[in-house]
Design a protein around this ligand. Structure first.
Ligand code: HQG
Length: 185
């Protein structure tokens, strides 16, 4: 299992952030050729075959990756920092979404709202539990409420990735709800 997690982290790195690390190129929609990916991984000392790659895709807890129907291409469903167009159609979000972050970012978020940083979008979750997990990756988690319905009415666009993550360009501070105690912490 540990091997599978490490393999998954490597695939996330090359398909989202650093394809150049193994000399791979992604097309404008973020797809890599499956054969080329396997070839380049092995060329760079990572022992990978199609079965292992399939296992990474199928067993991934968050469905981070997807194959094309004929398995000739693979891409990450979201989370890119490289400039790709996932071709997602805008979609009306639920009234409320959540964003999990860490205490240490709260002051800055209260000033500038949610910004996408190095990624292509701000990532939002439909449920509290997921948001809390996302936040805890960065420190003591704080879950913010996002008034996504209101944002949509005001003209902001939302997208939903293949694996269910809600994406938007930024969240201005007036659409954010902070838990009472996160202000003084
Ligand atoms: C914070 C994982 C200061 C933001 C997850 C977050 C997600 C600010 C951090 C996906 C800020 C960026 C993305 C501001 C936002 N000032 N900090 N104005 N605005 N931030 O990792 O959302 O497991 O780039 O709150 O499940 O944590 O990789 O984004 O804490 O879906 O598939 O800046 O990554 O998916 O951190 O996570 P990240 P994220 P995977």
């Amino acid at each position: 299992m540990k091997d599978l997690v490490n393999s998954s982290k490597l695939i996330a790195l090359v398909l989202r952030h650093r394809p150049d690390k193994i000399g791979l190129s992604l097309d404008q929609n973020g797809w890599a050729s499956t054969d080329e990916l396997l070839h380049k991984l092995n060329e760079h000392g990572h022992r990978f075959d199609l079965d292992l790659l399939k296992s990474v895709v199928e067993n991934n807890d968050k469905k981070r990756f997807i194959f094309s129907k004929d398995l000739t291409k693979i891409r990450a469903n979201q989370g890119h920092s490289v400039d790709v167009d996932l071709g997602l159609a805008p979609k009306d979000p639920p009234t409320i979404l959540y964003h999990g972050t860490a205490e240490k970012f709260i002051n800055s978020i209260q000033k500038s709202g949610l910004v996408k940083g190095s990624r292509q979008h701000v990532h939002l979750s439909a449920d509290l539990d997921t948001a809390r997990k996302v936040g805890s990756r960065h420190g003591t988690p704080v879950v913010l409420t996002v008034h996504s319905g209101e944002m949509r009415m005001d003209g902001h666009s939302f997208f939903q990735s293949e694996n269910g993550v809600w994406l938007t360009e930024s969240v201005p501070v007036q659409y954010l709800g902070f838990p009472d105690d996160s202000v003084k912490r």
